[in-house]
Design a binder for this molecule. Structure first.
Ligand SMILES: [Zn+2]
Length: 407
């Protein structure tokens, strides 16, 4: 089976995760793909492949050389985003793409004006949606290229490699992809999540992430009789939001800049609440956002009375760069392999988190690699077939470079 055929097969299985669900996995249907993958893994020689009760697949391809090589892992997630339907995905292949707008159906067209990087893809082969669903290349492209690399070793036993660990996980899109991840069972020295976009990018840095809740306590009183006494919590909340620097909102930041993002605001005269997420690549900057938000509370409390506003913070995840800068081997290997494949590797700090961030802090160094997809989580998602094929070769090249390093 070609890697393209694999992707076509996997995207047709609906695996959407559900943030409202309390179960692991969040949706039972993720087992549909898991069971299919376990069968396929066994067919290509990973005899220990199995899915556990939380829908995590672990499988290993033993080394076929005596050399003492690192055990390298590859991870991809099976679920698709709750943001857009992943049911009845019916993809279309565009050969020799002309670099222009793509009419997906009567109502929907992918406009190059909205996604300007697409004009650089002229001449490539794209997989696109029919406009009614997302594609699910995020992250079934990751699964497809890992499976393709494994199948290659099955057909080429003469190709030497160290032990390979594979994991396919549920619920990444709802931030629970590593909740039940068994690092010991996975048994790799380091790993890669195959969950990025362009193959030329590799990522060994993520944001530091916290959430913050600002609670506002008002004083409700009959409005006809409230002069100099009423404290309208909803109005105070709106004032708080407007007093934080606009330059620190996501709409004004890019690259390595961090932000304070207001996600939700709700309230009445009696009480109100503002929900924020805070992001930055540096911990120090993140700490400054805390200080800024606390000081604004103090400042406004001086005006509205003690305990009117209160902010509480919660840690979400930390920049995996803190771990990976001390353990650069996986990144060095990835750069070497990409260069060998003719790419100009570009380090891309992820303006978000990955499963690899949590795993790196739990002792499994885990940068992220691209698989050729883009415009994720919606109907404009696509995958570049040439890059998908390269991503599969990249996996084998990483293993070959590890062997070369040893010899
Ligand atoms: Zn993903």
């Amino acid at each position: 089976m070609s890697v393209k055929e694999r992707l076509l097969r996997y995207v047709r299985v609906d695996t959407q995760s559900d943030p409202e669900s309390e179960t692991h996995p969040s949706t039972e249907k993720q087992f549909d793909l898991a069971n299919l993958l376990v069968e396929e893994l066994k067919e290509i020689g990973l005899t220990d492949a199995a899915v556990d009760q939380n829908c995590y697949i672990y499988a290993h391809l033993p080394a076929n050389t005596e050399e003492k090589l690192p055990r390298i892992g590859f991870i991809a997630h099976m679920d698709t985003s709750p943001d857009f339907s992943g049911k009845d995905v019916s993809p279309r292949i565009i050969e020799n793409y002309d670099g222009g707008d793509i009419k997906l159906n009567q109502e929907r067209t992918t406009l190059v004006a909205d996604f300007p990087w697409m004009k650089d893809l002229a001449g490539k082969t794209l997989m696109v949606t029919d406009g009614t669903t997302l594609l699910g290349a995020d992250d079934k492209a990751g699964i497809a290229c890992i499976m393709d690399a494994l199948e290659y070793y099955y057909n080429h036993p003469e190709e030497k490699h160290g032990e390979i660990a594979v994991a396919f996980t549920p619920d990444e899109e709802i931030g629970r992809g590593t909740d039940c991840f068994d690092i010991e069972k996975f048994g790799a020295d380091f790993a890669y999540t195959m969950d990025g976009d362009s193959v030329s990018f590799y990522s060994d840095e993520t944001f530091n992430a916290d959430s913050a809740v600002v609670s506002v306590r008002g004083f409700a009183i009959h409005p006809g009789n409230s002069k100099n006494r009423m404290k309208n919590a909803a109005l105070i909340a709106a004032q708080y939001a407007s007093r934080l620097p606009e330059a620190l909102t996501p709409a004004h930041t890019e690259g390595r800049e961090g932000f304070i993002h207001l996600q939700e605001i709700r309230g009445s005269v009696e009480e109100a609440e503002l929900s924020y997420i805070l992001r930055d690549f540096s911990r120090e900057a993140l700490a400054k956002y805390h200080t800024l938000m606390e000081r604004l509370c103090d400042y406004m409390n001086a005006e509205y009375g003690e305990d009117c506003l209160r902010v509480t913070f919660r840690e979400s995840y930390r920049n995996m760069g803190e771990v990976l800068s001390g353990q650069p081997e996986p990144s060095i290997l990835a750069v070497k392999a990409l260069t060998k494949l003719g790419y100009l590797p570009e380090k891309l700090p992820i303006r978000g988190g990955t499963d690899g961030a949590a795993l790196s802090f739990r002792g499994l160094p885990c940068p992220n690699l691209g698989t050729g997809g883009n415009n994720f989580h919606g109907p404009y998602e696509y995958c570049v077939m040439e890059e998908l094929e390269d991503a599969a070769v990249l996996i084998r090249t990483i293993l070959a470079c590890a062997l070369e390093d040893y010899l």
